[in-house]
Ligand binder design. Sequence first.
Ligand code: ATP
Length: 262
Amino acid sequence: MAVEHPVYTAQHLSWQVQDKLILNDLSFAIGQGEFVGLIGPNGAGKSSLLRCLYRKITPTRGTLAFQQKSLAEYSRQQLAQKVAVVLQEPPNQFELTVFDVIAMGLTPHKGLLDFDTSDDRDRVVKACKQVDLNDKLEQNFNSLSGGEKQRAMIARAIVQQPQVLLMDEPTNHLDIRHQLEVLHLARSLKITVIVSIHDLNLAAAFCDRLILLDHGRIVADGDKQQVLCEKHIADVFGVSSAVDSHPFHDGQRITFNLAKPS
Ligand SMILES: Nc1ncnc2c1ncn2[C@@H]1O[C@H](COP(=O)(O)OP(=O)(O)OP(=O)(O)O)[C@@H](O)[C@H]1O
């Protein structure tokens, strides 16, 4: 897809571990402000692609540019000022309160000797409210439930004030209300969001553009209406479905045939 102001541009990006090609010749550009969903079956390469985008791993072939400059040329701090990441499994944060963990999002914008200001505190408290954790600020992070931890990590990303938000299965641990709240919140930030997501109905509701991966390759990339069709779902997931328009939003509704896949 041609985009006007590319944030990421990948050309022939591949990532190989030993003799296994995990990402295979991916080319795409993602524009400023796009809300892009990465979809595909288990092992398709969604997390690996996200890892390339936040430079946890380095492509073994091809090029990857961030804001028109090779991603490899950014310092760790420069990247952290622009890109926030919410991972599937929140890290262990021994002895830290929820407030402390969320306040870590301030770090990329601070010098070594900068102290937290009252504005900083306000930002942390506001983000905490946005994810519905305002009564948990002083609680030990490790004692939160899985879903609460996930929401705290999203608050930390908001505090970071990034230009790009990368999220790997952010709705995994969340009940339906909090799934919706998190995705609405991500959309309301009006920044570039790239999110891997298994729930195809949520992908259809929230993403504008979808990249469908299978076996490390891009099978389809484009408007959600083109990508989420019965044929692609059958080809890639091996499940038959009926796709029609959703009664509550402009995306599709996918109804799966729940019979055992043949
Ligand atoms: N460091 C690694 N070494 C070897 N194989 C790896 C490594 N990282 C990922 N893989 C393999 O690459 C493939 C893609 O993994 P990845 O986690 O990117 O898939 P995914 O689409 O995010 O899957 P899921 O939906 O299950 O989270 C998998 O087969 C995985 O086992």
